[in-house]
Design a binder for this molecule. Structure first.
Ligand code: SF4
Length: 475
């Protein structure tokens, strides 16, 4: 294989997509060897097993240098013949297929047929997935445009949780009993919020959407939560805001008083995440609540008067059967949240399932089952409004956000479309500064370790502000 990092990455990702449990290496001996040679006018790919040739294909170059997408297309066609099947998302291995569909729609002035043809010709995506991505891309246009470079979205992260879920690979830290971690983190977070409020003011930027996520932000006490909300609403001008989301994800951290506070500070979208409505599953994956707790908090949320609620479910937890997943889905649908997000379990590095229990990727659910989920949601009035893929997800599947009519989660769409600047505040929060002239995203990262963030907050925040300043100057 030529020593071209983007080609190697593409080959690795596609091989893992076709053969999820194999180890891919570019050196040494292996049962199956795939050799790629790069001549001046062609690329030859050969598969050998025990020195015996299984297959060889030659791909002729178009005259221009072969870019990583073209190479991935060659490699996909080869490995697809070798495996004897295709992949629903073709040669696309990235997490944002809708963003690509979006580009095709723009290139063809929203002509869906032309966009569909190009999408499939270039990436070998199945008709069904290509149509799904294009329909989501088309619907989200009214939310993304007109995009004004003076509008930004804010993400405030609270990477602290009451306990660790077994499938979690996120850098969330479990809170200590005395509450010191939350207290220290809030102190640092307030400094950062103030610093960014000043930056936005200096650059005449206005807040379009605000998302307080985690982790579990509802882990803060009422008093801490009020300090946070007071700082956010007094420092930033939120007069033109389209959406203010708060993740009250785990019901055991949510009280009636906290919900009233959130309502008082104008939160207008709340997340409450059951993941499953099966108590045995919840206990097995380390959640500290039951399905009944979810129902109780949901009732409180409605009593307080929130009219947009998102609920998350995960397909593939604790070897649940399709019937168990569908039962959870039905129970959540009966509650009638405005948004319902269906995730495919992804067993990533860092999760307890992978690190301690050695769990690998397993393809448990069929395509028919995912179709059943989608039909069930459609029958109940939900349509897909955003989609992203995860590496190592069950059945090479995707995460799909569904919503009732006119209830799209705006921040989710903007974050995936990458056509607006997102400011990431807090430990582990990644920001994306959008440069419209170049249609380019510049990412700004924050240290993930919360204790390092707490201890060195002033220095970390100063560096971050500088990085944002540099990128914002280009807009
Ligand atoms: S609530 Fe979310 S962030 Fe917290 S441990 Fe569970 S999966 Fe991880």
């Amino acid at each position: 294989m030529p020593d071209i990092p983007s080609w190697r990455n593409g080959a690795r990702e596609l091989t893992k997509s076709f053969f999820p449990n194999v180890k891919v290496t570019f050196e040494g001996v292996a049962d199956l060897v795939i050799q790629v040679t790069h001549e001046s006018d062609n690329i030859v790919i050969t598969a050998r097993c025990d020195q015996q040739e299984l297959m060889q294909e030659t791909y002729w170059k178009s005259g221009k240098p072969v870019d990583s997408n073209e190479f991935k297309g060659f490699f996909y066609r080869f490995i697809s013949c070798l495996a004897g099947h295709t992949l629903p998302w073709g040669s696309l291995t990235g997490i944002k297929p809708v963003k690509i569909a979006h580009e095709f729609l723009l290139n063809h002035h929203q002509n869906a047929d032309q966009a569909l043809k190009d999408f499939q010709d270039q990436y070998f995506v199945s008709t069904e997935k290509a149509k799904l991505a294009l329909s989501i891309a088309k619907n989200e246009m009214t939310i993304i445009y007109p995009n004004d470079s003076k509008k930004v979205s804010l993400y405030i992260g609270v990477p602290i949780c009451p306990a660790k879920c077994s499938y979690c690979s996120f850098v969330s830290t479990v809170a200590d009993k005395k509450g010191q971690l939350c207290a220290d983190y809030l102190q640092a977070l307030l400094i950062e919020i103030k610093a960014f409020a000043q930056l936005l003011c200096e650059r005449h930027l206005v807040v379009d959407t605000l998302y307080i996520g985690g982790g579990t932000p509802s882990i803060f006490s009422e008093e801490q939560l009020e300090k946070l909300l007071e700082m956010v609403t007094s420092e930033f001008d939120l007069s033109g805001i389209r959406e203010f989301t708060f993740e009250a994800g785990r019901p055991e951290t949510t009280t009636y008083e906290k919900l009233k506070l959130l309502k008082r500070y104008h939160v207008n979208r709340l997340c409450l995440n059951p993941q499953s409505m099966n108590d045995a599953t919840l206990s097995a994956v380390g959640r500290l609540h039951t399905a009944e707790d979810i129902r109780n908090v949901y009732r409180m949320i409605r009593t307080v008067g929130f009219d947009c609620v998102n609920m998350d479910l995960i397909v593939g937890l604790n070897e649940e059967s399709p019937e168990m997943v569908l039962s959870s889905l039905q129970q959540v649908i009966q509650l009638h949240p405005e948004n319902l997000t269906v995730h495919s379990l992804a067993i990533k590095k860092g999760s307890r399932l992978r690190e301690e229990e050695g769990c690998q990727y397993e393809q448990i659910f069929s395509k028919d089952f995912y179709d059943e989920i989608s039909k069930c949601l459609n029958r109940s009035g939900y349509h897909p409004y955003y989609l992203y893929r995860q590496k190592y997800a069950q059945g090479n599947g995707e995460n799909i956000g569904y919503c009732l009519s006119d209830n799209e989660g705006i921040y989710n769409i903007l974050m995936m479309a990458e056509r607006q600047t997102i400011i990431g505040i807090g430990a582990g929060a990644t920001g994306k500064v959008y440069e419209p002239q170049q249609n380019r995203i510049n990412k700004v990262y924050t240290v993930k370790d919360i204790r390092t963030y707490n201890m060195r907050s002033e220095e970390i925040i100063a560096k971050k502000i500088k990085a944002y300043q540099q990128y914002l100057e280009k807009i």
